[in-house]
Design a protein around this ligand. Sequence first.
Ligand SMILES: Cc1cc2nc3c(=O)[nH]c(=O)nc-3n(C[C@H](O)[C@H](O)[C@H](O)COP(=O)(O)OP(=O)(O)OC[C@H]3O[C@@H](n4cnc5c(N)ncnc54)[C@H](O)[C@@H]3O)c2cc1C
Length: 345
Amino acid sequence: MSISLSKAGTGDNMDVETREGIMVIADIENGTLHRSTLELLGKARELADSRKTSVSVALAGNNVGELKQVLFEHGADRVYIMDCEELGTFDPATYKEAYISIIKEAKPEVILISATHRGRSIAPRIAAHLATGLTADCTDLYFDEKGNFIQVRPAYAGNIYAHILSRTKPAMSTVRPGVFKPIQRIPGRTGEAVVMPKTLCPRGALRTISKTHREIASITEAKVIITVGRGLRRKEDIELVKKLARIIGASVGATRPLVDMGWMPKENQVGYSGNIVKPRIYIGLGVSGSPMHVIGMKDSEIIVSVNKDPNAPIVNISDYAIIGDLYEFIEKLTKETERLKSKIS
Ligand SMILES: Cc1cc2nc3c(=O)[nH]c(=O)nc-3n(C[C@H](O)[C@H](O)[C@H](O)COP(=O)(O)OP(=O)(O)OC[C@H]3O[C@@H](n4cnc5c(N)ncnc54)[C@H](O)[C@@H]3O)c2cc1C
């Protein structure tokens, strides 16, 4: 694997004012912190300690102030709280305004954002507003011996890792959930809470008319995932997989070709351009195990694969490889689980 060093940003906003510290933008889903925020905080803490600087968090939303304690206990030194009614519904344009106010106040050197759908929608907006560079989907971050902030991400279809130095400040990175680990919680750890004045609350542009619930649990949170690949013959057969998933309490993931064909939603894609997952059990049905897919699931605790081809790459990384037909596997596992469940109830 080779390494390249490239530079991000146009280099024309090297501001004269001093910027310091690492800021994490908190990602909030249904009033609770998305776990990726604590993962980013873990990395921010490590980076800040290596640079002898501080970690702050931008916490924006409605009735979110109470979340500050969790952030302190996971490594934040300072939490900037923008608590506004207008932030009750996630709207990237409104949230961007809130974060810009916080960033202007905090003047961080580095800003880390989760690559969730919320993070992905606000990060470029913030970067454009600040006229700064943004490196998406980083897999590692570090300060080099000269004190430069380096962002590492796969490039050229994952064949190399690019080490990117931003010429502009603040340097901004998005990181997918699951890449870093939170620090061990320190109960009772406190920090400074900076409550932003209500006069800075942005004007909301969206009104919620109704809310829908996702049919499938988020695969980044799932403990068990059944991922289907191109071995599946017809779109309708997804229902067989969903049924099995319901019975065994799994979420359903998909390889990119199935998403591209419109058989599964993008949010269920596993891999380089989808989600990074780390379930306790990953079951791949008719998945070949291309590098682009494996990058998103290789850290699963137990990998099970069902493939007709004994030479499929996924077989080599499987803890249990079943060489056979996925339809037969689905049918047998569904029947057997139903039989066992009926005995219990
Ligand atoms: C920039 C870029 C980004 C990408 N990002 C992603 C990504 O995020 N995620 C992703 O998954 N891919 C991604 N890809 C695509 C990736 O390179 C592969 O093409 C893809 O992962 C292959 O999907 P698959 O395993 O479903 O299909 P295939 O490679 O076609 O494999 C199908 C497998 O099913 C087996 N099979 C067939 N019938 C049966 C049966 N009845 N029972 C059991 N086994 C059977 C076959 O033996 C084969 O191994 C990306 C590609 C590019 C260029």
